[in-house]
Write a protein that binds this ligand. Structure first.
Ligand code: AMP
Length: 304
Protein backbone atom coordinates (compact mmCIF):
# COMPACT_ATOMS: atom_id res chain seq x y z
CA UNK A 1 0.00 0.00 0.00
CA UNK A 2 1.64 3.15 -1.25
CA UNK A 3 1.14 6.31 0.81
CA UNK A 4 1.17 9.49 -1.23
CA UNK A 5 0.88 13.03 0.09
CA UNK A 6 1.89 15.17 -2.86
CA UNK A 7 -0.95 15.78 -5.39
CA UNK A 8 1.49 15.94 -8.32
CA UNK A 9 2.99 12.60 -7.32
CA UNK A 10 -0.51 11.14 -6.97
CA UNK A 11 -1.36 12.39 -10.45
CA UNK A 12 1.76 10.84 -11.99
CA UNK A 13 1.21 7.58 -10.13
CA UNK A 14 -2.43 7.34 -11.21
CA UNK A 15 -1.50 8.14 -14.82
CA UNK A 16 1.07 5.35 -14.78
CA UNK A 17 -1.44 2.83 -13.35
CA UNK A 18 -4.05 3.81 -15.93
CA UNK A 19 -1.85 2.67 -18.80
CA UNK A 20 -2.61 -0.90 -17.73
CA UNK A 21 -5.36 -0.94 -15.10
CA UNK A 22 -8.63 0.66 -14.20
CA UNK A 23 -8.93 2.56 -10.93
CA UNK A 24 -11.61 2.34 -8.23
CA UNK A 25 -11.52 5.35 -5.96
CA UNK A 26 -13.03 5.81 -2.50
CA UNK A 27 -12.81 9.41 -1.23
CA UNK A 28 -13.12 9.79 2.55
CA UNK A 29 -12.44 12.30 5.29
CA UNK A 30 -10.71 9.62 7.35
CA UNK A 31 -11.67 8.57 10.88
CA UNK A 32 -12.46 5.33 9.14
CA UNK A 33 -15.22 3.02 10.34
CA UNK A 34 -17.00 -0.05 9.03
CA UNK A 35 -19.18 2.08 6.75
CA UNK A 36 -16.09 3.25 4.85
CA UNK A 37 -14.76 -0.29 4.79
CA UNK A 38 -18.03 -1.54 3.31
CA UNK A 39 -17.40 0.80 0.37
CA UNK A 40 -13.92 -0.66 -0.11
CA UNK A 41 -15.35 -4.17 -0.04
CA UNK A 42 -17.97 -3.09 -2.56
CA UNK A 43 -15.34 -1.55 -4.85
CA UNK A 44 -13.42 -4.81 -4.82
CA UNK A 45 -16.49 -7.00 -5.23
CA UNK A 46 -17.85 -5.03 -8.18
CA UNK A 47 -14.54 -4.65 -10.00
CA UNK A 48 -11.92 -7.04 -8.57
CA UNK A 49 -9.36 -6.30 -11.29
CA UNK A 50 -9.14 -2.57 -10.60
CA UNK A 51 -6.49 -0.85 -8.54
CA UNK A 52 -8.03 0.59 -5.37
CA UNK A 53 -7.14 4.09 -4.24
CA UNK A 54 -8.50 5.62 -1.02
CA UNK A 55 -8.14 9.26 -0.05
CA UNK A 56 -8.06 10.63 3.48
CA UNK A 57 -8.68 14.36 3.52
CA UNK A 58 -10.73 16.42 5.93
CA UNK A 59 -11.83 19.00 3.41
CA UNK A 60 -11.98 22.42 5.11
CA UNK A 61 -14.10 24.01 2.37
CA UNK A 62 -17.11 21.78 2.96
CA UNK A 63 -17.55 22.82 6.59
CA UNK A 64 -19.94 25.67 7.21
CA UNK A 65 -18.54 26.36 10.65
CA UNK A 66 -14.81 26.56 11.41
CA UNK A 67 -15.46 25.07 14.87
CA UNK A 68 -17.05 21.99 13.31
CA UNK A 69 -14.00 21.52 11.08
CA UNK A 70 -11.62 21.86 14.02
CA UNK A 71 -13.57 19.30 16.04
CA UNK A 72 -13.69 16.78 13.18
CA UNK A 73 -11.52 13.75 14.10
CA UNK A 74 -8.10 13.62 12.41
CA UNK A 75 -6.80 10.07 12.85
CA UNK A 76 -4.40 9.43 9.96
CA UNK A 77 -2.13 6.90 11.69
CA UNK A 78 -5.04 4.86 13.03
CA UNK A 79 -6.68 5.02 9.59
CA UNK A 80 -3.60 3.63 7.83
CA UNK A 81 -3.45 0.84 10.40
CA UNK A 82 -7.13 0.04 9.80
CA UNK A 83 -6.57 -0.11 6.05
CA UNK A 84 -3.61 -2.50 6.46
CA UNK A 85 -5.69 -4.73 8.76
CA UNK A 86 -8.60 -4.62 6.34
CA UNK A 87 -6.34 -5.73 3.48
CA UNK A 88 -5.25 -8.76 5.52
CA UNK A 89 -8.71 -9.58 6.77
CA UNK A 90 -10.43 -9.34 3.37
CA UNK A 91 -7.54 -10.63 1.25
CA UNK A 92 -7.69 -7.58 -1.00
CA UNK A 93 -5.09 -5.04 -1.96
CA UNK A 94 -5.38 -1.30 -1.52
CA UNK A 95 -2.99 0.07 -4.05
CA UNK A 96 -2.54 3.58 -2.73
CA UNK A 97 -3.74 5.94 -0.03
CA UNK A 98 -3.75 9.60 -0.95
CA UNK A 99 -3.37 11.96 2.01
CA UNK A 100 -3.13 15.54 0.74
CA UNK A 101 -1.85 18.02 3.28
CA UNK A 102 -4.05 20.87 4.47
CA UNK A 103 -5.19 23.80 2.39
CA UNK A 104 -2.08 23.70 0.15
CA UNK A 105 -3.86 20.83 -1.60
CA UNK A 106 -5.79 23.48 -3.53
CA UNK A 107 -2.82 25.72 -4.16
CA UNK A 108 -1.98 26.73 -7.73
CA UNK A 109 1.39 28.12 -6.80
CA UNK A 110 2.47 25.07 -4.86
CA UNK A 111 1.39 22.61 -7.56
CA UNK A 112 1.61 24.48 -10.88
CA UNK A 113 1.12 21.35 -12.98
CA UNK A 114 -2.33 20.96 -11.44
CA UNK A 115 -3.46 24.52 -12.15
CA UNK A 116 -6.04 23.40 -14.68
CA UNK A 117 -7.61 21.15 -12.06
CA UNK A 118 -8.59 23.96 -9.73
CA UNK A 119 -12.04 25.40 -9.31
CA UNK A 120 -12.86 28.26 -6.98
CA UNK A 121 -15.88 27.89 -4.74
CA UNK A 122 -17.45 31.11 -6.03
CA UNK A 123 -17.29 29.78 -9.60
CA UNK A 124 -19.36 26.70 -8.79
CA UNK A 125 -22.98 27.01 -9.88
CA UNK A 126 -25.20 24.29 -8.53
CA UNK A 127 -28.85 23.44 -9.29
CA UNK A 128 -31.53 24.52 -6.84
CA UNK A 129 -31.82 21.16 -5.05
CA UNK A 130 -28.37 21.67 -3.52
CA UNK A 131 -29.63 24.70 -1.62
CA UNK A 132 -32.37 22.61 -0.05
CA UNK A 133 -32.30 19.90 2.65
CA UNK A 134 -28.62 19.61 3.79
CA UNK A 135 -27.71 22.50 1.52
CA UNK A 136 -30.07 24.75 3.44
CA UNK A 137 -28.75 23.99 6.92
CA UNK A 138 -25.13 23.95 5.72
CA UNK A 139 -24.61 26.86 3.31
CA UNK A 140 -21.56 26.33 1.10
CA UNK A 141 -21.28 22.64 2.00
CA UNK A 142 -22.03 21.21 -1.42
CA UNK A 143 -19.85 23.75 -3.21
CA UNK A 144 -17.02 22.60 -0.91
CA UNK A 145 -17.69 18.94 -1.71
CA UNK A 146 -17.84 19.76 -5.43
CA UNK A 147 -14.56 21.69 -5.20
CA UNK A 148 -12.62 18.86 -3.56
CA UNK A 149 -14.06 16.11 -5.75
CA UNK A 150 -13.35 18.16 -8.88
CA UNK A 151 -9.70 18.24 -7.84
CA UNK A 152 -9.51 14.63 -6.65
CA UNK A 153 -11.19 13.23 -9.76
CA UNK A 154 -8.87 15.23 -12.01
CA UNK A 155 -5.78 14.10 -10.14
CA UNK A 156 -6.73 10.43 -9.92
CA UNK A 157 -8.92 10.05 -13.02
CA UNK A 158 -10.72 7.02 -11.57
CA UNK A 159 -12.87 4.71 -13.67
CA UNK A 160 -15.11 3.95 -10.69
CA UNK A 161 -15.84 6.09 -7.62
CA UNK A 162 -17.71 4.64 -4.67
CA UNK A 163 -19.98 6.69 -2.41
CA UNK A 164 -22.30 5.87 0.48
CA UNK A 165 -26.07 6.28 0.28
CA UNK A 166 -25.89 7.67 3.78
CA UNK A 167 -25.04 11.00 2.17
CA UNK A 168 -27.96 10.74 -0.22
CA UNK A 169 -27.80 14.31 -1.48
CA UNK A 170 -24.03 14.05 -1.88
CA UNK A 171 -24.53 11.14 -4.28
CA UNK A 172 -26.78 13.40 -6.37
CA UNK A 173 -24.06 16.04 -6.34
CA UNK A 174 -21.44 13.53 -7.46
CA UNK A 175 -23.74 12.41 -10.27
CA UNK A 176 -24.16 16.05 -11.32
CA UNK A 177 -20.38 16.60 -11.26
CA UNK A 178 -19.82 13.39 -13.20
CA UNK A 179 -22.24 14.40 -15.95
CA UNK A 180 -20.61 17.78 -16.33
CA UNK A 181 -16.92 16.93 -16.26
CA UNK A 182 -16.16 13.23 -15.92
CA UNK A 183 -18.11 11.21 -18.46
CA UNK A 184 -15.55 8.38 -18.28
CA UNK A 185 -16.35 7.87 -14.60
CA UNK A 186 -18.88 5.40 -13.22
CA UNK A 187 -20.44 6.18 -9.85
CA UNK A 188 -21.17 3.23 -7.59
CA UNK A 189 -23.24 3.57 -4.42
CA UNK A 190 -23.06 1.51 -1.23
CA UNK A 191 -25.81 0.87 1.32
CA UNK A 192 -25.82 2.54 4.73
CA UNK A 193 -23.76 0.51 7.18
CA UNK A 194 -25.27 0.61 10.66
CA UNK A 195 -24.36 -0.19 14.27
CA UNK A 196 -26.31 -3.17 15.67
CA UNK A 197 -28.55 -0.55 17.34
CA UNK A 198 -29.45 0.84 13.91
CA UNK A 199 -27.42 4.03 14.24
CA UNK A 200 -25.80 4.86 10.90
CA UNK A 201 -22.03 4.69 11.25
CA UNK A 202 -20.35 8.07 11.00
CA UNK A 203 -16.93 9.49 11.88
CA UNK A 204 -18.76 12.03 14.01
CA UNK A 205 -20.11 9.22 16.25
CA UNK A 206 -16.59 9.02 17.72
CA UNK A 207 -17.42 12.16 19.65
CA UNK A 208 -20.37 10.53 21.41
CA UNK A 209 -20.22 8.77 24.78
CA UNK A 210 -21.41 5.15 24.94
CA UNK A 211 -24.74 6.27 26.34
CA UNK A 212 -25.19 9.02 23.76
CA UNK A 213 -24.32 6.59 20.99
CA UNK A 214 -26.84 4.02 22.18
CA UNK A 215 -29.60 6.59 22.47
CA UNK A 216 -28.80 8.02 19.02
CA UNK A 217 -30.48 4.91 17.62
CA UNK A 218 -33.68 6.96 18.04
CA UNK A 219 -32.95 8.42 14.58
CA UNK A 220 -33.13 5.05 12.86
CA UNK A 221 -36.07 4.08 15.06
CA UNK A 222 -37.97 7.12 13.75
CA UNK A 223 -37.14 6.25 10.14
CA UNK A 224 -38.08 2.57 10.58
CA UNK A 225 -41.33 3.40 12.33
CA UNK A 226 -42.26 5.77 9.52
CA UNK A 227 -41.55 3.08 6.94
CA UNK A 228 -43.64 0.52 8.86
CA UNK A 229 -46.45 3.04 9.21
CA UNK A 230 -46.37 3.71 5.46
CA UNK A 231 -46.42 0.00 4.61
CA UNK A 232 -49.44 -0.47 6.88
CA UNK A 233 -51.27 2.52 5.41
CA UNK A 234 -50.65 1.26 1.87
CA UNK A 235 -52.66 -1.86 2.72
CA UNK A 236 -55.81 0.27 2.49
CA UNK A 237 -54.73 3.49 0.72
CA UNK A 238 -52.98 4.47 -2.49
CA UNK A 239 -51.45 7.63 -1.12
CA UNK A 240 -50.48 9.12 2.24
CA UNK A 241 -50.07 12.73 3.31
CA UNK A 242 -46.42 13.64 3.88
CA UNK A 243 -47.37 15.88 6.79
CA UNK A 244 -48.70 12.87 8.73
CA UNK A 245 -45.45 10.95 8.24
CA UNK A 246 -43.25 13.92 9.12
CA UNK A 247 -45.10 14.57 12.35
CA UNK A 248 -44.73 10.89 13.33
CA UNK A 249 -40.95 11.14 12.76
CA UNK A 250 -40.77 14.47 14.58
CA UNK A 251 -42.58 13.12 17.66
CA UNK A 252 -40.22 10.17 17.95
CA UNK A 253 -37.16 12.39 17.57
CA UNK A 254 -38.45 14.88 20.12
CA UNK A 255 -38.83 12.07 22.67
CA UNK A 256 -35.02 11.99 22.90
CA UNK A 257 -33.56 14.83 24.97
CA UNK A 258 -30.12 14.56 23.31
CA UNK A 259 -31.70 15.90 20.14
CA UNK A 260 -30.95 19.62 20.41
CA UNK A 261 -32.30 20.70 17.06
CA UNK A 262 -34.10 19.15 14.14
CA UNK A 263 -32.55 20.74 11.04
CA UNK A 264 -34.88 18.97 8.66
CA UNK A 265 -37.19 16.00 8.18
CA UNK A 266 -38.18 15.63 4.56
CA UNK A 267 -39.65 13.24 2.06
CA UNK A 268 -38.42 13.71 -1.48
CA UNK A 269 -38.85 11.91 -4.76
CA UNK A 270 -35.86 9.69 -5.45
CA UNK A 271 -35.93 10.54 -9.15
CA UNK A 272 -35.43 14.29 -8.99
CA UNK A 273 -35.17 15.05 -5.24
CA UNK A 274 -38.30 17.22 -5.42
CA UNK A 275 -40.41 17.62 -2.31
CA UNK A 276 -44.00 16.41 -2.33
CA UNK A 277 -47.22 16.81 -0.33
CA UNK A 278 -48.21 13.18 -0.57
CA UNK A 279 -46.55 9.92 -1.41
CA UNK A 280 -48.07 7.40 -3.77
CA UNK A 281 -47.99 3.65 -3.71
CA UNK A 282 -45.43 2.12 -6.12
CA UNK A 283 -43.45 5.35 -6.45
CA UNK A 284 -39.97 5.81 -5.05
CA UNK A 285 -39.11 8.27 -2.28
CA UNK A 286 -36.50 8.91 0.34
CA UNK A 287 -37.13 10.05 3.89
CA UNK A 288 -34.24 12.18 5.17
CA UNK A 289 -33.43 13.37 8.66
CA UNK A 290 -30.83 15.90 9.75
CA UNK A 291 -30.40 16.75 13.44
CA UNK A 292 -28.09 18.27 15.99
CA UNK A 293 -27.57 15.51 18.53
CA UNK A 294 -25.48 15.91 21.72
CA UNK A 295 -23.39 18.60 20.04
CA UNK A 296 -22.88 16.88 16.71
CA UNK A 297 -24.54 16.98 13.33
CA UNK A 298 -26.08 13.64 12.32
CA UNK A 299 -27.90 12.67 9.15
CA UNK A 300 -29.66 9.52 8.08
CA UNK A 301 -32.20 8.39 5.53
CA UNK A 302 -34.36 5.48 4.50
CA UNK A 303 -35.64 4.51 1.10
CA UNK A 304 -39.43 4.32 0.76
P1 AMP B 1 -16.86 10.73 4.93
O1 AMP B 1 -15.53 10.24 5.41
O2 AMP B 1 -17.86 10.91 6.01
O3 AMP B 1 -16.74 11.90 4.00
O4 AMP B 1 -17.46 9.55 4.05
C1 AMP B 1 -16.75 9.01 2.99
C2 AMP B 1 -17.67 8.10 2.22
O5 AMP B 1 -18.14 7.07 3.09
C3 AMP B 1 -18.91 8.82 1.68
O6 AMP B 1 -19.21 8.32 0.40
C4 AMP B 1 -19.96 8.45 2.68
O7 AMP B 1 -21.27 8.48 2.15
C5 AMP B 1 -19.55 7.04 3.04
N1 AMP B 1 -20.10 6.63 4.34
C6 AMP B 1 -20.06 7.32 5.49
N2 AMP B 1 -20.73 6.65 6.45
C7 AMP B 1 -21.23 5.53 5.88
C8 AMP B 1 -22.02 4.43 6.35
N3 AMP B 1 -22.45 4.37 7.61
N4 AMP B 1 -22.33 3.46 5.48
C9 AMP B 1 -21.90 3.51 4.18
N5 AMP B 1 -21.15 4.51 3.68
C10 AMP B 1 -20.81 5.51 4.51
Amino acid sequence: MKIIQCPEEMNEYANAIKKIHKISFIPTMGALHKGHMSLLAKAYKENPCTKIIVSLFVNPTQFTEKKDFEKYPHTIDADIKKLVEFEKQEGLKIDAVFIPKGATFYSDTEYPSLRAYTIEKQDIVLPKIFFEAEGKSRPGHFEGVFQVLFRLFHIIRPDFAIFGQKDFQQVLLVQYLQKQYFQFLQIITGDIFREPSGLAMSSRNMRLSKNEKERASVIYKALRNAKLFIEKEYETKNYISVETILSLVKNILLSESFIEKIHSIEIRKRMDFYECDRIEKNKKYVLLVSVQYAGIHLIDNILL
